[in-house]
Design a protein around this ligand. Structure first.
Ligand code: ADP
Ligand code: ZN
Length: 637
């Protein structure tokens, strides 16, 4: 229960975590002014999970609590008695189901194998190619759990929480389905949270924060698209990974975990190879459908021969016209939003940068503005160079420009764009998906949003306009990300009827990544990656913690970082890498320095974190560094 206690001159709300009998030393005891709840609002298991997250991810338990409890849980209208009055009984699971598909042979085999593997391991990875019917397998597993009187938590990345999925589940499980994510109103979140405290078995479909809900009879946790980086919370703390939290949550209830994906994360697949997780595969698409045919288009050659329309190669334009002519739909992927990532002066080659952040500003031609994608700072589009008055040119291209070029080169097509800018309003994302599903639009242009688990019957062609910026990144995971994106976006093609087609435009046709992508050969891709990670000592062959220091004065953050780094290298030796100036060294007027710590897999991780915490505390003792923010990101992505 929540209680009101005095702290200094204020009264603050706290949560009772337990009882203590006997004397307490070195602790000041305070009186409880008032008990705020009519019933406990947190279960023992939740407290255990919060404590695990706080310890593992090195943050105060208060931060976890703030992330876990719905904002309105303290409102009178969401008290236990108020909610109970509105709905005392929840609908019982009747076992009555409308359209439930029989599993095909491959799915039935996977279903059996998953259950066998759960006899040995609590966590199993279902590696099923796009459109193999993983969701159908989940539904059969869910039915079993509900029939046995258990709850199921079904986690999906925020962006995949469309009505495509929830409608499908609601059609089968009716009122048993509860949807919980950040677009659900604060009031409904509080209502759902309360109901969960005394709930009957039910199916909770949610984004990562659903791991914080109270459960009673949890039997199964499904983590769909387990490879999705958005399962890791970046800012603010707790910087937790929902996949790891889900596994811990399941352990507390003796529940099983199923991780599902068409493109396993290197870490999870590694865990299947070491025997930590079970592995079940589905290598074929449902109903004998073939995986799409992928072709590369050599941009070097295309530009050389002048066979380009803007950023579209001749063959791409031709294929788009053919498919649209046949009444099919096309998806175009470009992983940059805006019109162009920057403007540059033809004379002095300077690019207008954000005043608050160390990044060039993106051109949004629709609004005639340059905007910073990190802080939102925006200025009117300059007519001439602000430094020398020279002529400005546009550099590179984003989704807006792709949209404009489609209108120009394939004028018969109806085009729509899906990215952060076009989906700003609450329902916009769903509206675009609905319009595309109803085939009111021929071409959908978008960022990675278009790659996330969507299902459109009429898409026959998918194109990637420039694959190179996917893997030209200074990050050891960039190939993994690139493989996942290319395979996932390809998976949107040909999900019904004829075989789909994918065109990838690149200046780097010889890049080995494409060999694996063209052959849909995850196993070889994985082998190449794991060998590299072992050679260069990256996870899963070590553990990583990134320490980030932020301050508005550059010299101060530099000194603090250097001092901390010196302390850490005395404790951790050369495993602690030097102070790195990150790719973007200033965001919202705070200068950023990072230190990367690599810890041997054999070492005691908890102990290492303790030693790290001690060194950070030592730095913070220094009066000069009191105002420097020091954050830890454990297992960063
Ligand atoms: P995945 O989750 O692996 O991408 P889905 O579960 O979405 O694949 O299945 C792809 C399509 O095939 C969906 O339209 C689904 O309804 C259909 N499908 C899959 N399995 C079956 C089945 N056993 N019976 C009927 N339709 C199925
Ligand atoms: Zn900015």
């Amino acid at each position: 229960m929540r209680v009101l206690v005095p702290l200094a001159t204020k009264q603050v709300v706290g949560i009772v975590q337990g009882e203590h009998v006997g004397a307490l030393e070195y602790v000041r005891i305070r009186e409880i002014i008032a008990v705020l709840d009519d019933m406990p609002i947190v279960t023992r298991e939740q407290l255990r999970l919060w404590r695990w997250i706080a310890d593992y991810y090195m943050c105060p338990i208060g931060d976890v609590m703030a992330a876990a409890l719905p904002a309105k849980i303290g409102d009178k209208s969401y008290s236990f008695s108020a909610v109970k009055k509105r709905r005392v009984h929840l609908p019982e699971y009747t076992g009555e189901i409308e359209p439930f598909h029989e599993l095909d042979a491959q799915q039935a085999q996977a279903f059996g194998e998953i259950k066998t593997s759960w006899q040995k391991q609590d966590t199993t990875l279902l590696f099923g190619v796009t459109s193999s019917g993983k969701t159908e397998v989940y539904m059969h597993l869910i039915r079993e759990q509900l029939e046995a009187g258990k709850q199921v938590l079904y986690l999906v990345p925020e962006i995949a929480l469309t009505t495509q999925l929830t409608d499908r589940l609601q059609r089968v499980f009716g009122e048993q389905v509860v949807v919980y994510h950040s677009r659900v109103t604060d009031g409904l979140r509080a209502e759902i949270y309360r109901q969960q405290l005394y709930a009957q078995p039910r199916l909770i479909v949610g984004a990562r924060s659903a791991v914080f809900l109270p459960f009673r009879e949890l039997g199964l946790v499904i983590v769909d698209e387990e490879h999705e980086p958005s399962y890791k919370q970046q800012d603010p703390a707790p910087r937790y990974h929902a996949r790891s939290a889900a596994i811990i949550l399941a352990q507390m209830y003796g529940a099983k975990v199923l991780l599902g994906t068409a493109t396993p994360s290197v870490e999870s697949y590694y865990n299947t190879q070491t025997g930590k997780y079970g592995l079940v595969t589905m290598g074929e698409r449902y109903a004998g459908l073939q995986l799409p045919e992928i072709r590369l288009i050599d941009l070097k050659r295309q530009y050389h021969r002048k066979e380009m329309y803007g950023h579209f190669s001749d063959p791409l334009v031709a294929r788009m016209q053919e498919e649209i002519g046949k009444g099919k739909q096309v998806i175009l992927f470009q992983n940059r939003r805006g019109y162009a990532p920057m403007m540059e002066c033809e004379e002095c080659s300077q690019s207008p940068k954000c005043v608050n952040c160390d990044v060039p500003m993106t051109l949004h031609l629709r609004d005639h503005r340059l905007t910073c994608h990190y802080c939102g700072y925006t200025i009117p589009m300059p007519q001439s160079c602000p430094h020398c008055g020279g002529k400005m040119k546009i550099h590179g291209f984003g989704t807006e420009r792709v949209e404009d070029e489609v209108r120009e080169f394939v004028p018969e097509a109806h085009v729509m764009r899906m990215d952060l800018d076009s989906t700003g309003k609450k329902s916009a994302y769903q509206d675009i998906i609905n319009a595309f599903s109803r085939h009111e639009v021929d071409v959908l242009v978008g960022t990675q949003m278009v790659s996330k688990g969507l299902h459109f019957d009429d898409v026959s062609l998918v194109a990637v306009l420039n694959a190179d910026n996917l893997f030209n990144q200074p990050d050891f995971r960039c190939y993994e990300r690139a493989y996942q994106l290319l395979e996932q976006v390809s998976g949107r093609a040909g999900r019904k009827g004829n075989r789909g087609e994918v065109l990838i435009q690149t200046f780097d046709v010889k890049n080995p990544l494409f060999e694996y992508v063209l052959a849909h050969d995850y196993a070889r891709f994985y082998a190449s990656q794991i060998a590299e990670r072992e050679q260069f000592h990256y996870p899963p062959f070590c553990r990583m913690i990134t320490i980030m220091l932020r301050h508005k004065e550059l010299t101060r953050v530099n000194r603090a970082a250097a001092d901390l780094q010196r302390l850490l290298s005395m404790v951790f030796g050369k495993r602690c890498s030097v102070v790195i100036e990150p790719g973007i060294s200033k965001i919202q007027n705070l200068h950023i320095r990072t230190i990367q710590l690599r810890i041997e897999v054999r070492a005691n991780y908890a102990r290492a974190k303790q030693m790290l915490q001690q060194q950070i505390a030592a730095i913070q003792q220094n009066q000069e560094y009191k105002s420097v923010q020091i954050l830890c990101d454990v297992d960063p992505l």
